[in-house]
Design a protein around this ligand. Structure first.
Ligand SMILES: Nc1nc2c(ncn2[C@@H]2O[C@H](COP(=O)(O)OP(=O)(O)OP(=O)(O)O)[C@@H](O)[C@H]2O)c(=O)[nH]1
Length: 301
């Protein structure tokens, strides 16, 4: 019998570099929300891709945030560091032609790591002169030795097969670690809450995005075959509540109808969605409040 391979692949990179988009493209399902705003990924999410002989388990890490002092930022950084340490392979994402202080901070976290690291140069579709890519890649490879380099565009699907080929070679021989039909380890309510959060983030302009979280409070079958879902949007301040609700409730209404459509498409079922906005004061600074909302907390403080 031929041997199977399986393992954990940590996807690291600064906020907005394209981690969630890449995982969703490789897994072929929306396991992680993507928005143009940084810091949308808060949880350690597994996206699972099972092929005939290889199971790839992607760990979508929160972007590593420089200089963050709140409990929220410490938690995000610790989660990212743990994911890297426990992985069989690390994908280090850097956006084409763009090296920032945050990328330097991510690189710092990879220093001394024995796990094989592959450099993934993202968003190559944004680079007009492709000749500029080679010197950029050469410069990055000098900053850290890597096992392989793959330039990709996750939105266009370019070069993803080359990346998969590298992963098939890199992962260790192992039995599969999850059932073959699983695409994520997260439950349905988590994914539903993420879709609502995504619609809300898209609707808010520059305002407050990351002091918000969404919790599914009720989910019941209705007589007409639809599902009744009630979700709470938690904010940290009274003033934030006004922003989320909008003038005469306009924003909440718009977010509600967009989220309902997206959820119906995802679940393949009719839905009656009710959204509430409530205040939990200072929750981004309060570790107990974070834990009560289901966030992973660092092992040691
Ligand atoms: N043009 C282009 N845009 C991309 C590509 N990949 C991702 N993006 C866009 O970049 C933005 C950020 O992508 P995400 O996948 O959410 O980034 P992330 O690294 O997971 O971000 P955090 O959750 O903040 O850590 C989104 O608007 C994506 O559509 C790509 O290959 N090409």
């Amino acid at each position: 019998m031929s041997q199977t391979r399986a393992g954990f692949i940590a996807v690291v990179g600064r906020p907005n570099v394209g981690k969630s988009t890449l995982i969703n493209a490789l897994v072929g399902a929306r396991v992680s929300i993507t928005t143009p705003k940084p810091q949308t990924t808060r949880h350690r999410i597994l996206g699972i891709r099972t092929e005939e002989a290889v199971q790839m388990i992607f760990v979508d890490t929160p972007g590593i945030h420089v200089g963050g002092k709140s409990a929220m930022n410490r938690m995000l950084n610790q989660t990212a560091t743990d994911s890297v340490r426990d992985a069989d392979c690390v994908l280090w994402l850097v956006q084409s032609g763009r090296w920032t202080d945050e990328d330097a901070e991510v690189l710092e976290r990879l220093r001394g790591l024995r796990t094989p690291v592959g450099l993934i140069v993202t968003k190559v579709d944004l680079v007009k002169a492709k000749t500029e890519l080679m010197p950029f890649i050469a410069e990055l490879s000098q900053r850290r030795p890597v096992e392989f380099v793959v330039p990709i565009s996750a939105t266009r699907g370019s070069n993803l097969e080359s990346l998969l080929e590298e992963l098939r070679r890199t992962l260790p021989e192992s039995p599969f670690l999850y059932e073959t039909d699983r695409v994520t380890d997260r439950g349905e309510h988590f994914r539903m809450a993420e879709i609502i959060r995504e619609k809300l983030f898209m609707s808010l302009e520059q305002e407050l995005p990351y002091a918000i979280t969404v919790e599914i409070e009720a989910d019941e079958p209705m007589d007409d075959g639809r599902r009744h879902v009630s979700a709470v949007i938690w904010v940290a301040r009274d003033s934030h509540k006004g922003i989320v609700i909008g003038k005469k409730g306009a924003r909440l209404k718009q977010v509600g109808s967009e989220a309902r459509r997206a959820l119906q498409a995802e679940l393949g079922q009719g839905l009656h969605l009710q959204l509430w906005c409530r205040v939990k004061r200072g929750w981004a600074d309060d570790e107990r409040a974070l834990a009560s909302l289901g966030y992973d907390l660092p092992d040691a403080q």
